[in-house]
Write a protein that binds this ligand. Structure first.
Ligand SMILES: [Zn+2]
Length: 721
């Protein structure tokens, strides 16, 4: 996953505000300024062109800092809009790029707090400020004088004389303003802004409800028999989770997060507890309590539909996909529907293998939802003699990090060196300087925050703290990777699963995308690309985990230090497509429901009913649940980010699989020429060129779906995308 910080993401999607709010910002801003210097408002100081002042920020700083920075941003916008000189690229488009830098700095740290250190105090600020931030971006995109200037620059013949990057920047601003309603009449603009502010409140509430359910619910493991089947490393991590919760009498606690639940479902011999843990997890946000997300979803969908209609689109999905690589919901649906039957057919085979095994064991059960991971693991052992917990002994968190650095060195010519003395928001976070291996040139900083904690969102993500640009001298990149590993015992290495190691490479791929950026303007920088393209660089990097160069050096046993035996590697390879039916189907079910929810029009949707009926119509296998059920689908409902966009992972994976074949057609995964072409055309260009064109420059042609089907072990369809 990749996090644009929240409000810049909504900026492009947004739209108007009452003038009185303007005064409110300024008056409270003045009061705040009386008291003490607010660290959020200062330029970032220190080495590397400045670093975020995490050591000095307090929750009470956010509101006054946001208010001051928002007021200043509006003033900057007013000056651009009311400039008496004729509009030019420089005094309008570049001026816009330069505006809002202070607000961006505040929002960056605001977003980091929300994802990593959310507390009741902070959540109050979030709730109060999110509609105001939505209103601010509307106030900017609905400024008619400003839009007339942007339009004049965009339509001026002089634009053709500028560089391709400058032309694309003008196009981007023009398009974003139009898509945000700049061409609407005053009444429509007013309604649009109301919608955006309501949505901002609902998104925040949705995310907070999810966090409350994940933090507040857990299953206590009380006796030795509750631990049956769990490997020692897992027992240790559940024990430390219990200690963190101060449950002194418990042997362990399964938290209501993916990283805690999935291993339990894989290893626990206790079918009753598996069912209990599974039901806790899949009912997040759907418990009919104060944290229930269903009514919020209904309202979000209605507001999104109304907004799309106001803007002149058939549905929210049509509006969202217009500036994606797929362009239309129909093209995204076509791809999903090409893959779906193959995935479901594979699930039938997987279930049949599992049922046979369960019958042979005399389990006397029918495979149910809470059995899939458990029996899949048994089949994996029986069929491929591959034991995940054996693999895990060769996957140490620190070594996998070193492996990522090795790959970045080989493909990107980057060197990573840990630096000290840089402020962090938690002692677990480490900071690394990235330099060019040959010239020693400073490239950027990479912050790494691997461990779970209370108040941190579940899952893993990349975040851009500062984007590369060179409008006035080079500004270097600061990025982070965050995940939710559970700390083991003091002094012992943290062992992670193959899937988790893959996810680390994935997020690191986003980080490298940010770090490789080589553009002039921040709006076009790094990972600021189409949603269905942004997962391509990250998914591509996953492929390097299984290269012999990585496994032999870095997949070493945590006790003996011996590299992973070739026989085990061979087993991993043979089992590579194992359970792809499950993985693809649980993902596609979410992606299809997301798209169908946003194509459903203006009807009042009951999310549970819609989900049930849609899945039934699709022929969803009864043994699998969606990867993200609707009431916990944060990608789609805690922001506009991946709404009608969860298909993006599959879309990007088509490109990914096709791109990796370019290496295989060359000298292999470490082919320097292909890597150089990849960096030049894909990783370094940000959004300065159309992604389809960028890909053609790398590959010489458009991506084809065949490589994806092959990668997942599915038959290649006769009719290809
Ligand atoms: Zn991602």
């Amino acid at each position: 996953m990749y996090k644009l910080f929240l409000y810049v993401a909504t900026f492009a999607a947004a739209i108007f505000v009452s003038q009185s709010m303007n005064f409110e910002f300024i008056s409270s801003a003045v009061h705040a300024a009386d008291k003490r210097e607010n660290p959020l408002l200062a330029e970032w100081k220190g080495p590397y062109g400045g670093v975020p002042p995490f050591d000095r920020v307090k929750v009470e700083d956010f509101k006054p800092a946001l208010e001051i920075a928002m007021a200043e941003n509006l003033e900057e916008i007013r000056r651009i809009a009311e400039n008496p000189d004729a509009p030019t690229f420089e005094n309008t488009i570049v001026a816009l790029e330069r505006s809002g830098q202070k607000l961006n700095r505040v929002l960056t740290i605001f977003g980091i707090w929300g994802s990593n250190l959310s507390s009741p105090d902070f959540q109050k600020v979030e709730e109060e400020m999110s509609p105001k931030l939505a209103a601010l971006s509307d106030q900017i995109t609905q400024n008619s004088a400003l839009f007339r200037r942007i339009e004049a620059v965009y339509e001026s013949p002089a634009l053709k004389k500028l560089s391709p990057e400058q032309q694309r920047l003008a196009w981007l601003h023009y398009t974003n303003f139009v898509r945000a309603g700049a061409k609407l009449g005053p009444e429509e603009k007013k309604r649009l802004s109301e919608i955006n502010q309501k949505l901002a409140v609902l998104f925040t509430k949705f995310g907070q409800n999810l966090l409350a359910e994940e933090g507040g619910q857990y299953v206590v493991l009380e006796s030795e028999s509750d631990l049956a089947g769990l490997p020692q490393s897992l027992r240790d991590s559940y024990a430390s989770a219990a200690a963190a919760k101060k449950l002194t009498n418990a042997l362990g606690v399964v938290l209501n997060t993916r990283s805690s639940v999935e291993p339990f479902l894989t290893y626990s011999d206790r079918r009753d507890l598996r069912k209990k843990v599974f039901e806790m997890f899949i009912n997040r946000g759907d418990n009919g309590n104060e944290y229930d997300n269903n009514a919020i979803i209904t309202e979000i969908l209605q507001l999104r539909y109304e907004r799309a209609r106001l803007l002149g689109y058939q549905t929210h999905a049509h509006w969202r996909l217009e500036n994606a690589m797929a362009k239309t919901p129909e093209r995204a649906m076509e791809l999903m529907e090409t893959v779906w039957p193959a995935a479901v057919a594979r699930v039938r085979e997987e279930v049949s293998d599992m049922q046979t095994l369960a019958d042979k064991e005399g389990a006397n059960i029918k495979i149910e939802l809470w059995d899939y991971r458990y029996y899949a693991e048994k089949v994996r052992k029986a069929k491929y003699d591959l034991d995940q917990s054996e693999v895990k002994q060769y996957l140490q968190l620190d070594k996998i990090r070193e492996a990522m650095f090795f790959v970045a060195g080989e493909l990107f010519n980057f060197n990573f060196k840990q630096v000290s003395g840089i402020p962090v928001f938690h002692p677990d976070v480490t900071v690394w300087e990235v330099t060019d291996k040959t010239t020693g040139r400073h490239i950027g900083l990479w912050y790494f925050d691997p461990y779970a904690r209370e108040g941190k969102s579940s899952g893993a993500w990349m975040n851009a703290y500062r984007e590369q640009q060179r409008m006035n001298g080079e500004v270097t990149t600061i990025v982070s990777n965050n995940s939710n590993f559970i700390k083991g015992k003091e002094g012992e290495p943290v062992l992670i699963s193959w899937d988790d190691a893959t996810t680390m490479f994935h997020e690191f791929g986003h980080a490298l995308h940010g770090l490789s950026s080589n553009v002039t303007y921040p709006s076009l920088s790094g990972t600021n690309v189409a949603r269905d393209y942004v997962e391509f660089p990250s998914q591509l990097l996953e492929h390097w985990l299984s290269t012999p160069e990585v496994l032999q050096r870095f997949a070493v046993h945590y006790k003996t230090g011996k590299p992973i035996p070739q026989s085990l590697v061979d087993k991993i390879k043979r089992a590579a497509n194992f359970n792809q039916g499950f993985a693809t189907t649980e993902y596609l079910a979410s992606a299809l429901v997301d798209m169908k929810l946003h194509l459903a029009g203006g009807q009042k949707i009951d999310p549970d009913k819609f989900e049930r009926e849609t899945l039934a119509a699709l022929g969803m296998p009864g043994e699998i649940v969606m990867r993200h059920r609707t009431p916990q689908f944060g990608h789609v409902f805690s922001g506009d980010g991946y709404s009608a966009g969860y298909y993006s992972y599959l879309w990007s994976d088509v490109i990914t699989a096709d791109a990796f074949e370019a290496f295989l057609e060359g000298k292999g995964p470490y082919d320097k020429d292909v890597a150089a072409r990849l960096v030049k055309n894909i990783f370094s260009v940000g959004n300065t060129i159309d992604p389809a064109e960028a890909y053609r420059r790398f590959r010489g042609r458009d991506p084809r779906v065949e490589a994806l089907m092959k990668k997942r072990g599915f038959p290649i369809p006769s009719k290809s995308k």
